[in-house]
Design a protein around this ligand. Structure first.
Ligand code: GLU
Length: 465
């Protein structure tokens, strides 16, 4: 049974890169009918926070990345790490190191001065010295001195590192908290992870982790290191390139299925397919189709995808999503006498890129917008006044329905010998405050007679003459 995991450190929000790694792990497990496990790696006591953990859980829930087991928390598993450290000490695969920070700093300083790569020199590895009193030792792995570590990465191919390149890494710190490399190995082992899918910023850790597993006589998982995500300038993706927090995209009015689609396509492909569902992703997903080179984050493409999903999104759902954005825009959508939000959304959803834009485009349905001076100057002209007044009279009695409204707009223009836009444009600006809206008869139908007439009346005084 295939078992994958996502193992974030709760030191910030859920990052776009982390979310993509999680998505790939999730999709791989789902495709193979396996299990997907969530593990919170909270051993960095200074930087881990409960808010970050919550942000990760929220982000995963929003993206629909459901997990079968967990969340497990590393800080709840300390006893187990101690037990394994004891085992390694007993079997001669690990040892206590009593070096103080100052001593380690001095060691590195000397190595640097001598033009050597700074590394732990193994001074406690076979030491028979009496340990200094009062020092809490760390536990270090006895990394093999010669030979090499080779593994076949499912994305990058074969990777080999000489053991002479690896020093004796710390497994347990003096305070009894495991290092990342130790915790991750014990957890992946205990949780029976078959495929470790993670960012390639960890590829250098893998040989070290393999050496720990070998020391334990444990089976090795398969590894798949996913290349990084870069910004358009080729630098590693960061805030400079726009939002990198998953939840920021929710706040900006993106749909989770659009972000999932985008992230899936970022560094992975299935032929030329650009728009695909979560089910299709699961069906098609395959580690061998992940690009070996880094992916470039393209916010315009994400926005385009979001638009594609918005266009076909269910009106009821969009209405719910747009509500909080509208209330920020001072729009009361709950009043009895306001347009049906589902219909408003249906009318506007093809014209916008995000739910936030949808809300901006919907404001005039819920409160009048004052037309800009330039719009008044352009459309509230002398020759429009008579047909507008005529139209106002007719609108007061017409059957309130789109076609009928359209007919009388036309009739008012014809009766005064002007083209239809000469009436429709000033009408639009009077009622919506804007020059670009969906078909004005449809807007009016939704807005209702009373509100339409009230808004027209408030603008009549701005016509000349
Ligand atoms: N906690 C590590 C991180 O967030 C996990 C790396 C891994 O998946 O092994 O980078």
């Amino acid at each position: 049974m295939i078992r994958t995991r996502f193992a974030p450190s709760p030191t910030g929000y859920l990052h776009i890169g982390g979310a993509r790694t999680a998505l790939f792990s999730w999709a791989y497990a789902r495709k193979h009918g396996g299990k997907f496990i969530l593990r919170i790696e909270n051993t960095d006591l200074e930087r881990s926070t409960a808010q970050s953990t919550q942000a990760i859980l929220d982000g995963m829930a929003w993206l629909g990345l459901d997990y079968d087991e967990g969340p497990f928390y590393q800080m709840q598993r300390l006893a187990r790490y101690h037990e394994v450290a004891e085992q390694l000490l007993r079997t001669g695969h690990a040892y206590y190191c009593y070096c103080s920070r100052e001593e380690l700093d001095a060691m590195r300083e000397q190595q640097r001065a001598a033009g050597l790569k700074p590394r732990y020199d193994g001074r406690w590895r076979d030491s028979r010295e009496t340990p200094p009193a009062g020092v809490k030792p760390v536990v270090r792995l006895k990394n093999p001195l010669d030979g090499e570590v080779t593994f076949k990465d499912l994305i990058k191919g074969e990777i080999t590192v000489a053991n002479s390149e690896l020093d004796d890494l710390v497994l347990l710190r003096g305070d009894g908290v495991p290092t990342y490399n130790f915790g991750v190995v014990i957890d992946d082992l205990d949780m029976n992870i078959t495929h470790v899918i993670r960012g390639d910023d960890h590829v250098n850790n893998t040989p070290r982790q393999i050496n720990i597993l070998k020391a334990l006589g444990a089976p090795l998982p398969q590894y798949a290191h996913v290349p990084m995500i870069l910004g358009a300038d080729g630098e590693r993706l960061s805030k400079r390139h726009g939002a990198v927090s998953v939840m920021q995209y929710r706040e900006d009015g993106y749909l989770p299925e659009a972000l999932v689609n985008y992230l899936a396509r970022l560094g992975w492909s299935h032929g030329d397919e650009e728009i695909f569902s979560r089910e299709q992703l699961v069906e098609w997903f395959d580690l061998s189709s992940i690009n070996r080179s880094p992916a470039k984050f393209n916010p315009e493409k994400l926005q385009w995808l979001n638009q594609q999903y918005l266009k076909t999104a269910d009106n009821e759902r969009l209405a719910e999503l747009v509500k909080p954005f509208l209330s920020v825009n001072d729009c009361d959508v709950t009043g009895g006498d306001v347009p049906d939000l589902r219909k408003v959304v249906n009318l506007l959803k093809e014209r916008v890129n995000t739910v936030a834009e949808l809300a901006d485009a919907a404001v005039y349905f819920f409160r009048p917008l004052e037309p800009a001076e330039e719009l008044r100057a352009q459309y509230f002209v002398a020759e429009a006044k008579a047909p507008i007044l005529d139209l106002r009279t007719k609108l007061a009695k017409v059957e309130w329905e789109g076609h009928a409204i359209n007919d009388i707009i036309k009739a008012s223009a014809t009766a005064h010998g002007v083209k239809m836009p000469k009436v429709a444009m000033p009408l639009r600006v009077m009622v919506t405050g804007e020059a670009q809206t969906p078909a004005i008869n449809v807007v009016l139908e939704l807005l209702g007679r009373e509100e339409t007439l009230r808004r027209m009346d408030s603008q009549l005084e701005y016509f000349p003459g």
